[in-house]
Design a protein around this ligand. Structure first.
Ligand SMILES: Cc1ncc(COP(=O)(O)O)c(C=O)c1O
Length: 356
């Protein structure tokens, strides 16, 4: 779609992406990951937009990572990539059938597993469809989410797979890397695999904050970063991005100035979300860096202006960098693609709501 109008003509709230920053982020991180000697497999859950995945692949990504089957379905429908890793246990007959249908459509569709139950499910479905599904053993290296709990358990699952038809062990995967605990876990795991005489062709790490410590993880063969493509307040807090690297912004209108120190904008939790993780407040106001997005209700954003020397008036439009850009992507049907002061395109968020 070719489209041209001034950014100032956009109604609010609207989500814009500054496309030159997106391209710069893609190029910079592609260089960092390739420079560390790893394959780059960006996680598309951040943008959920096939056009952006194409930019990542054009820059040198070997394929993409999806969190959910439905994301993979959207991206395979769009013909973006023929090498996809789904980093989420696939459980239940309905999902296994969808996995089989998808795996027939591209060159390589790999999955993860962290238990015998998950692996046996994939194996049985693959046998029914006469397929072989590559898988990585997911390791919980300290994050406290999915993953086998010890290096020995990782080896045991890989060993079990040799007796199961329809699955092929291709390596190990964890999220995130970058921590001392992750390093110790991976070193011990690879030593145990070596002692057992089992090759581990793929060691897949992940996370944008980990990008600055890739040199400490020479055992990786590929890296999956997602948030780097847009960046946000969390990435700023992690030290992996500057404000000028933040490509996604929510434009919002000041609709009320109920008191001298308060402005209300027309973007609340239904656009910005209430995600905070390890940062405070609910986003940064680009034009008023000393203002604080202090609270949100569904449709209202409450901005505390008490520390801001300048203050917006009713009717002014402000740009907010969200705390966590990935969840904002899932809140809107489309993003406006901006260069300079022009909207040059509109990208539908093709995998919006694709969480199943
Ligand atoms: C399994 C997995 N890999 C990679 C990523 C990408 O991490 P980040 O968004 O920090 O770049 C995530 C993020 O949630 C993830 O869950």
């Amino acid at each position: 779609m070719v489209f041209m109008r001034s950014v100032s003509d956009l109604d609010t709230p609207s989500v814009t992406i500054l496309i030159d920053r997106v391209q710069a982020n893609i190029d910079r991180i592609q260089g960092m990951v390739a420079g560390a000697g790893f394959a780059n497999r960006p996680h598309i859950k951040t943008h959920k937009i096939p056009q952006i995945a194409r930019m990542q692949i054009a820059a040198g990504a070997v394929g993409i990572t999806c969190q959910k089957l439905s994301e993979a379905e959207a991206f395979i429908d769009a013909g973006v990539a023929d090498d996809i890793l789904i980093t989420f246990n696939i459980v239940g007959e309905k999902k296994l059938e969808r996995l089989m249908a998808l795996s027939a459509r591209i060159k390589r569709l790999a999955v993860v597993a962290d238990s015998e139950t998950v692996l046996r499910g994939i194996s049985a479905a693959a046998v029914r469809h006469d397929r072989v599904v590559p898988f990585l053993v997911e390791c919980d290296t300290g994050f406290g989410r999915n993953g086998v709990q010890s290096p020995a358990a990782a080896v045991a699952l890989a060993q079990l797979s040799t007796s199961l038809p329809g699955v092929r062990f291709e390596g190990v995967m964890t999220y995130p890397v970058g921590t001392p605990a992750a390093k110790i876990f991976l070193v011990e795991t690879l030593a145990l695999f070596a002692a057992a005489g089992i090759e581990v062709p793929i060691v897949s790490g992940g996370g944008s904050p980990a990008l600055t410590s890739l040199a400490d993880f020479p055992m990786l063969t590929e890296h999956r970063a997602g948030t780097y493509v847009y960046n946000d307040v969390m990435m700023m807090a992690s030290g992996v991005a500057g404000w000028d690297d933040c490509a996604l912004q929510v434009r919002a209108t000041v609709v009320s100035r109920p008191s001298p120190d308060r402005a209300i904008i027309d973007a609340g939790s239904k656009v910005l979300t209430r995600e905070q993780y390890y940062v405070k407040d609910f986003g940064r106001v680009v034009e008023y860096p000393d203002a604080v997005v202090a609270n949100l209700s569904e449709e209202h954003g409450m901005i505390d202006l008490s520390r801001s020397a300048t203050k917006p008036e009713v009717g002014d439009v402000v740009s907010i960098i969200p705390n966590h850009c990935c969840v904002v992507s899932n809140m809107v049907d489309r993003v406006y693609v901006v260069r300079g002061d022009q909207v040059i395109d509109i990208y539908p968020v093709a995998a919006r709501g694709a969480v199943w």
